[in-house]
Design a protein around this ligand. Structure first.
Ligand SMILES: Nc1ncnc2c1ncn2[C@@H]1O[C@H](COP(=O)(O)OP(=O)(O)O)[C@@H](O)[C@H]1O
Ligand SMILES: Cc1ncc(COP(=O)(O)O)c(N)n1
Length: 274
C-alpha cells in the first residue's frame, strides 16, 4: 500500500534528537512517508544550541510549493519557525489550504534553554491549527501568566482556544522545573472544542527528554494522516512518547538531555538497554 504523506515544517537539529530529524524518525516508525520543509539550521547537541542559521522565508515558501505541487501532505506539523517572516510564509500557505490537518507545536525555547522562536510569530499560525501543542512554558508565554499545576494547564488549554486553534493540548513535561508535578504522573490537558480532559500517563524518570514535544506533535500529525480523530491521535502520541522515553532510559548518547528511542530498538533486541 502507498503510505500516506505527512509533512514537517521545522528546524534541523544536528544532534538529531529534536526538530526535522526527530519528526522524520517518528514518521518512519509509523510507516508513513515523511517530507520536510526546513525553516532554520541549528548547530546543536544534547547540551546546547550553539548557532542558528535562518532559512529565508522565500525559500521556505519554495519548499512548501515544491511539495504541495507533487507530494501533497495529508497532515502537517510545524515546529521551530525561527523568524516572524517564516511564520508569515507558513501561515500564507495554511490560509491557502496547502497545509491540511495542521498540528502547531509552538516551539519557543529548547530544553537546553535557547530561544528558538517568538510569540508573535506563533500567533500568526495558530488560527489555522487543527491542534496546538504548547508545553507549560510556551502556554505561559502566549497567555502571559504562569501555567504550572494540572488545574492551570486545563484552564490554559481552554483559554488558548481563543487563538483560533480547534484543539489544544498543554503538555506537562520538563518536571525538572517543577519536581512536584512528576508525582502526579505525566499530565497533559486537552481542550476538545467543547470540553476539557486531563490525560494521565506514567512519569518516566530519565534525562533523555530531548525532542519529546517534537515527537509528540509529529505522532499526532502521523495519526491524523492515518484518519484518526484528534483525541485518538493525541492518546496515541502520548503513549508513543512514553514508550520512546522508556526505551531510551539507559542510553548514553551525549552528556546532556539525550534523544528518545523512536524506533523501539530497546524493546526489540535490547541493544539500547544498559
Ligand atoms: N518524563 C516524562 N515521562 C512521561 N511522559 C513525558 C515525560 N516528559 C514529557 N512527557 C510527555 O511528552 C509529551 C511532550 O511533552 P513536553 O515534554 O511537555 O513537550 P516539550 O518538549 O515541548 O516540552 C507529553 O505527552 C508529555 O506528557
Ligand atoms: C531544531 C529544533 N527544534 C525544536 C527543538 C525543541 O526540542 P526540545 O524542547 O526537546 O529541546 C530543538 N531543540 N531544536
Amino acid at each position: 500500500m502507498t503510505p500516506p504523506i505527512v509533512l514537517t515544517v521545522a528546524g534541523s537539529d544536528s544532534g538529531a534528537g529534536a526538530g526535522i530529524q526527530a519528526d522524520l524518525k517518528v514518521f518512519a516508525a509509523m510507516r508513513l512517508y515523511g517530507t520536510s520543509v526546513i525553516t532554520a539550521i541549528t548547530a546543536q547537541n544534547t547540551r546546547d544550541v550553539r548557532g542558528i542559521f535562518p532559512v529565508p522565508a522565500e525559500m521556505v515558501t519554495e519548499q512548501i510549493t515544491a511539495l504541495t505541487d507533487d507530494l501533497p501532505p495529508v497532515a502537517v506539523k510545524t515546529g521551530m519557525l525561527g523568524s516572524t517572516a517564516v511564520a508569515e510564509a507558513v501561515s500564507v500557505a495554511a490560509r491557502s489550504g496547502l497545509l491540511p490537518n495542521l498540528v502547531v507545536d509552538p516551539v519557543l525555547i529548547s530544553t537546553s534553554g535557547r530561544q528558538l522562536g517568538v510569540v508573535n510569530a506563533i500567533e500568526r499560525l495558530l488560527p489555522y491549527a487543527m491542534v496546538a501543542t504548547p508545553n507549560r512554558a510556551e502556554a505561559s508565554a502566549i497567555l502571559g501568566w504562569t501555567v504550572s499545576t494540572p488545574d492551570d494547564m486545563a484552564k490554559a488549554a481552554g483559554q488558548l482556544a481563543a487563538t483560533g486553534a480547534r484543539y489544544v493540548v498543554v503538555t506537562g513535561g520538563d518536571a525538572d522545573a517543577d519536581a512536584e508535578s512528576s508525582a502526579d504522573g505525566a499530565v497533559d490537558a486537552l481542550w476538545t472544542g467543547d470540553g476539557l480532559r486531563l490525560l494521565r500517563g506514567p512519569w518516566v524518570d530519565t534525562r533523555n527528554t530531548h525532542g519529546t514535544g517534537c515527537s509528540f506533535s509529529a505522532a499526532i500529525a502521523g495519526r491524523l494522516a492515518l484518519g484518526d480523530a484528534v483525541p485518538d491521535a493525541v492518546a496515541f502520541a502520548k503513549e508513543y512518547v512514553a514508550r520512546a522515553l522508556l526505551g531510551a532510559q539507559g542510553w548514553e548518547l551525549g552528556s546532556g538531555h539525550g534523544p528518545l528511542d523512536h524506533h523501539g530498538w530497546s524493546g526489540r533486541d535490547g541493544r539500547g538497554s544498559e
